[in-house]
Ligand binder design. Structure first.
Ligand SMILES: NC(=O)C1=CN([C@@H]2O[C@H](COP(=O)(O)OP(=O)(O)OC[C@H]3O[C@@H](n4cnc5c(N)ncnc54)[C@H](O)[C@@H]3O)[C@@H](O)[C@H]2O)[C@@H](O)CC1
Ligand SMILES: [K+]
Length: 493
């Protein structure tokens, strides 16, 4: 499980380290990790480190000292600093014979092509917009990178606001970002994440509960999720693997429920039935398809013993979705609400076993906000949605955020090719199948998004362009095996 901290959490961690007289050691850990990553990625050439006035600059001085003492040609361009640890590490750098020059765009423009640039200008203490002469320095870093100079960012690329998924102004484009102790939201989402290159998480010597106390969310590893995956016992029959209903489809959107059905089938549901008011395509003969002349009456008349173990409703369902959702919510059956069922009027009508799966546009509709407000802060938006809707919310994206009361989880992996129509429908089916096999809403959500993302990564090996939802569904079995560590069975099962 990897913790995710906002700058506020970093500041509190800082204060705790300071009280324990460990802050100096944390900066040493950080700088040493940066030096190690420079050596690993670019073992040759000069290293030019850029040190800002805060602790991010202090990390750069520590890294410079380690590189120099390891025999690398390292130089530092620095801003003046009043930060005590940054000043201390500047003195230590000079004590080993290190050379420091004043930071300027002109000095940077002389960086040769065989130089590695290390960006220690701004970290979690940055508050946009960029002031002073730093904007020109950020431009000079971009110009150097355009000339082929590789860039490693310390903690996060300078100019990014650690809490935000969009760059607030000019920012460094890094090839590698070495971040400390925990991930920061900017490293995970959308355009800001694209500025980071490869992200390396370097641990600091702190007790794990110091981080978990402060984390805003966590990112599970596959090993954390593997034990949650349902396993078929040798004596299983289809009735115990979950009876799942998919309710969706409308004139012009008949593929959506079919894709959900396919997702449910491949995620292990025993019996999958599609209920619709229109004819649906038969994507695979394992799915049962029921067309109802009066779908509302059918749902209203379904006796408790005929109801499924879990259902997903809303995919391509059209304008009746909210009233049909209200009907099935009375059943108190584990329910995935997706697409057309994600209407503000359903707020307050859910129950604990509801799983809401908006993409950013639907999230914006539910919260009455413009879509950029959602994509700028996906963790905050997921939390706000959960508070509004109850149950468990998946805010879909690359990566998705899963929220329940008081806890947030960010999925890992996936592939940009998954941004195509039908992908969310398949996910809804996967989620319903996991609910039908007895997973809690929270576990089904975390396992489901990761399974779906992993299947996307697998499918992208073959269809990097033109990735379709059916391709992803076809890889769910292998994704399931991957999460299990390559085995269809747990040891001893
Ligand atoms: N929390 C922790 O536990 C640790 C943090 N470390 C480092 O500490 C960093 C945070 O350090 P700080 O809080 O000192 O902050 P930063 O070093 O991120 O930024 C502060 C500096 O940036 C300048 N600055 C801020 N906003 C600006 C603006 N709009 N325009 C121009 N300049 C601006 C400030 O004047 C100050 O010099 C992290 O990113 C990380 O690199 C590491 O030393 C390891 C331990
Ligand atoms: K930085």
């Amino acid at each position: 499980m990897t913790p995710i901290l906002t700058p506020d959490g970093v500041r509190q961690l800082d204060a705790r380290l300071e009280r324990a007289r460990l802050l100096d050691l944390a900066m040493e850990d950080a700088g040493r990790a940066v030096a190690a990553e420079v050596q690993r990625h670019w073992p040759q050439g000069q290293v030019l480190l850029l040190a800002g006035g805060g602790a991010n600059g202090g990390d750069a001085f520590v890294a410079a000292r380690h590189l120099l003492t390891q025999g690398r040609a390292a130089r530092v361009l620095a801003r003046p600093s009043t930060h005590p640890l940054t000043r201390l590490n500047r003195r230590r750098w000079q004590a080993v014979g290190g050379d420091t020059r004043p930071l300027s765009a002109a000095a940077l423009s002389r960086a040769a092509r065989d130089t590695v640039l290390v960006d220690g200008l701004l970290g979690t203490g940055f508050r946009p917009p960029v002031r002073d002469t730093l904007a020109a320095v950020l431009e000079a870093v971009s110009a150097a990178r355009a000339r082929g100079v590789p860039v490693l960012a310390i903690d996060l690329p300078s100019g990014l606001d650690a809490t935000r998924a969009d760059p607030p102004g000019p920012s460094v484009q890094a090839d590698v970002t070495v971040t400390f102790a925990a991930l920061k939201p900017a490293l995970l989402f959308w355009e800001a994440a694209a500025r980071c290159g490869q992200v390396v998480l370097a641990p600091l010597t702190v007790p794990p509960d110091w981080l978990s106390d402060l984390e805003v969310a966590a990112q599970p590893d596959d090993a954390d999720l593997a034990p949650l995956l349902p396993v078929r016992s040798a004596g299983a029959h289809k009735g115990v693997a979950g009876r799942v209903w998919i309710v969706g489809g409308h004139a012009g959107t008949v593929g959506a429920p079919a894709l959900a059905g396919l997702g449910a089938l491949r995620a292990g549901a025993g019996l999958v039935t599609l209920h619709a008011a229109v004819d649906l395509p038969l994507v695979t003969p394992e799915l049962m398809i029921h067309r109802h002349a009066d779908l509302p009456a059918f749902l209203a008349g379904t006796a408790p013993d005929r109801r499924p173990d879990a259902l997903a409703l809303g995919m391509g369902l059209g304008p009746d979705a909210a009233s049909l959702a209200r009907e099935v919510l009375r059943w108190q059956v584990p329910t995935v609400l997706d697409a057309d069922a994600l209407q503000p009027e359903l707020s307050g009508h859910g129950h604990a076993a509801c799983l809401w799966t908006p993409h950013p546009g639907e999230a914006a509709r539910l919260l009455g906000l413009p879509t950029p407000d959602i994509t700028r802060d996906p963790i905050g938006a997921a939390r706000a949605l959960q508070e509004r809707l109850g149950g468990v919310v998946i805010l879909k994206g690359g990566p998705s955020v899963v929220a329940r009361a008081g806890e947030l989880s960010v999925s890992r992996g996936g592939h940009p090719g998954m941004a195509s129509a039908g992908m969310g429908d398949t996910l809804s089916g996967v989620l319903a199948a996991l609910l039908g096999q007895g997973l809690s809403t929270w576990d089904a959500a975390r396992v489901g998004v990761r399974l779906h993302a992993r299947a996307g990564e697998r499918a992208a090996e073959q269809f990097a362009y033109g990735l379709g939802a059916t391709d992803v569904a076809g890889e769910l079995g292998r994704a399931w095996m991957d999460l299990r560590g390559g085995s269809a069975h747990l040891p001893g099962v």
